[in-house]
Design a protein around this ligand. Structure first.
Ligand code: AGP
Length: 627
């Protein structure tokens, strides 16, 4: 979704802002623009479409190369179609103030009516434009940009982040964060601003993350922080030593393919972090990781044995792929810990009474840690007194400030919009957490726990075996690239795998695909089947194998094209399926991790074969920061 960058220093602003925007491309966008001060005047350049369009306009504009302060933006349309006018930055009539904005201003219609009544002229269809006119009105009264900003934020509702530049105060840019994410980077007589630490880390390892409801006044030599009442706040930049935020394709054709191939390493890191070796105790009390300075970041599980014994129910909140990981988490927690677990799509709990209390553990799962619906639902659960746990890949995210307990998956940045490596890291995190709770609540024998720990440690090598068959999977996949619809079915612990397989195919290839619980096929979906529809069955060994095979037969009897994800030693599968995407034999509990790998590759190869934008599929955003 939208991305903000800013720069205040002494070198050419255009190239620095563009390079920052390139780092944010992966979030998804449909237009881009920058504003900068040159010769005392504020200039704005923007273009719809990819960043190349903006880059072309800027190469013929020497003033942007000389300017030393500016703000930039990639826009993912919410209010108004993607075009040059709705693109950010937005500016006022005399072009003295320009802003870039992430988020949504919920009361914009009301403010717009009021401002129009006072003679302000609007050019765009965006909610953003009200902010620039409000700032203008307040500046005209106060003759101070800082006061204009503090007056303006008091009138806005919603969650948002802003970058502000003005010819009234040429040596300064401003950043505002209200329940969003903005990170500052400190260079040598220069400061960088970005919605994602990735765009800052390319220049400096001294970072400071803005807290909620905070304003930063940024000059070439200094940053001053203020709360929304205008009181100064003191906090220092911190030095980040590790480099999880430096990104490249490492020779792979796409980030997605690279990320699929990183999965064995990611499993080793994520499992190894909490359980150094198969016989080690699970230890979630990892020390805080100060990845970006904010007033609160925790890591680890801080629940006492008594807290854990007292948990009466669990609620999992997530969206998209993280929701599918949560469904597998529900299975683990119920089967291994005997605790009733509910799971909700986070956007579906808005406007409803959330039935949680002091005996509920609420687990929010989010790769980005910025998904607005997940954050909002978790915040509400916390307000109601529930224990909170966040599972995220971004230790510098919004989620890490809200959740009182954290499991950080160790995946590095996931650049491709379609989640792959973070999904399997979430699944194994759930399994390890369930084993931890089972151990603390004595719901499983130690022998059973020890066996599962051994199996867990063998997973990375099994994933390597699947990846080694990549070429066979490629050949099998592209045979189905011309399909218009596909159906994915699975049961029990692999019903979520079917949902995830269908989601990956939709996202990457734009082929319509639906995932169903295999037993549900005959209750309706079977009506769509005929010889033109490939049906992908997740046929893993274990308690539901026979029933899943029977359901697949129902599809076969309708002449569907039959594909199975099955174990390489499965003797029955070749009799019933045209294509087998093989994985090594595996314990049922761990099978979702293996079964999803060929499905990721299946979607990848079809997408690449069809010439789709693999890493940045149309209409999608990596961090969905609006509700
Ligand atoms: C995954 O492939 C998707 N792009 C999407 O469904 C994603 O999982 C969802 O938006 C949730 O994101 P989060 O994990 O960052 O909260």
């Amino acid at each position: 979704m939208c991305g903000i960058v800013g720069y205040m220093g002494s070198s050419g602003v255009a190239s620095i802002l563009l390079s920052g925007l390139k780092c944010l491309e992966y979030r998804g966008y449909d237009s881009a623009g920058i504003a900068y001060i040159n010769d005392g005047k504020l200039k704005v350049t923007k273009a719809s479409g990819k960043l190349e369009n903006l880059e072309k306009l800027l190469t013929s504009d020497r003033s942007s190369l000389l300017a030393v302060s500016g703000i930039g933006h990639t826009r993912w349309a919410t209010h108004g179609v993607p075009n040059d006018i709705n693109a950010h930055p937005h500016f006022n009539e005399d072009q003295s103030i320009a802003i870039v904005h992430n988020g949504i201003i919920e009361n914009y219609a009301f403010i717009k009516e009021e401002l129009e009544g006072q003679g302000f002229k609007f050019n765009s269809d965006t909610d953003t434009e009200v902010i620039v006119h409000l700032l203008t009105r307040e500046y005209n009264l106060e003759k101070s940009m800082l006061k204009a900003i503090t007056n303006t934020v008091k009138q806005l509702s919603g969650s948002y982040a802003l970058g502000i530049i003005s010819s009234h105060q040429k040596d300064t840019i401003y950043a505002v964060n209200h329940h969003y994410s903005l990170t500052l980077g400190q260079g040598d007589n220069e400061f960088f601003l970005a919605s994602d630490i990735i765009a800052v880390r390319q220049y400096t390892n001294k970072v400071l993350r803005l807290d909620q409801s905070e304003i930063a006044q940024i000059t070439k030599t200094d940053v001053s922080l203020y709360d929304f009442s205008g009181r100064q706040v003191k906090r220092d930049f911190i030095t980040v030593d590790s480099d999880p935020y430096l990104i490249n394709k490492d020779g792979y054709k796409h980030f997605l393919l690279k990320e699929i191939h990183e999965q064995p390493t990611i499993l080793r890191q994520t499992i190894g972090k909490y359980m150094a070796h198969p016989t080690a105790n699970l230890d979630f009390n990892i020390q805080p990781e100060p990845l970006a300075n904010s007033s609160k970041t925790v890591a680890g599980i801080h629940l006492t044995k008594n807290d854990i014994a007292g948990i009466e129910n669990i609620l999992i909140l997530a969206c998209g792929t993280a929701y599918h990981a949560g469904m597998i988490g529900k299975y683990y927690l119920e089967q291994l810990c005997n605790i009733p677990v509910n799971i909700e799509i986070a956007s579906e709990v808005r406007g409803r009474t959330l039935l949680v209390n002091e005996k509920t553990l609420v687990i929010a799962v989010s790769q980005s840690g910025e998904t607005a619906d997940t954050i909002a639902a978790l915040t509400e659960a916390k307000r109601k007194g529930a224990y909170t746990l966040g599972i995220t890949n971004r230790s510098d995210s919004h989620l890490t400030r809200i959740a009182s307990n954290l499991i950080i998956t160790e995946c590095g940045v996931e650049v491709s919009v379609a989640a792959t490596k973070t999904y399997i890291a979430q699944v194994v995190s759930f399994l390890m957490f369930a084993l931890y709770l089972a151990q603390e609540r004595s719901s499983l024998s130690q022998e059973y726990i020890n066996n599962l720990k051994l199996e867990l440690h063998s997973l990375p090598a099994l994933v390597e075996t699947v990846l080694a068959n990549e070429n066979i999977i490629k050949e099998s996949s592209i045979k189905y690239a011309k399909a218009n619809d596909m159906v994915f079915i699975g049961r029990g612990i692999n019903y979520p795998t079917a949902l995830e397989g269908a989601l990956k195919l939709k996202e990457l290839s734009y082929i319509h695909a639906s995932g169903y619980a295999a037993g549900e096929l005959k209750h309706g979906p079977i009506a769509v089947l005929d010889s033109s529809v490939p049906v992908v069955t997740i046929l893993m060994p274990g308690s539901v194998y026979d029933k899943t095979l029977s359901n697949a037969q129902e599809a076969r009897a309708r002449n569907a094209q039959m594909i199975a994800v099955a174990c390489s030693n499965d003797e029955k599968a070749p009799k019933y399926f045209d294509t087998i995407l093989a994985v090594p034999p595996v314990d049922e509990l761990l099978s979702p991790v293996l079964a999803v790998i060929p499905l990721q590759l299946f979607s990848y190869f079809i997408s690449d074969y069809l010439g789709k934008d693999v890493d940045q599929p149309r209409n999608l955003a990596k961090s969905v920061t609006v509700e």
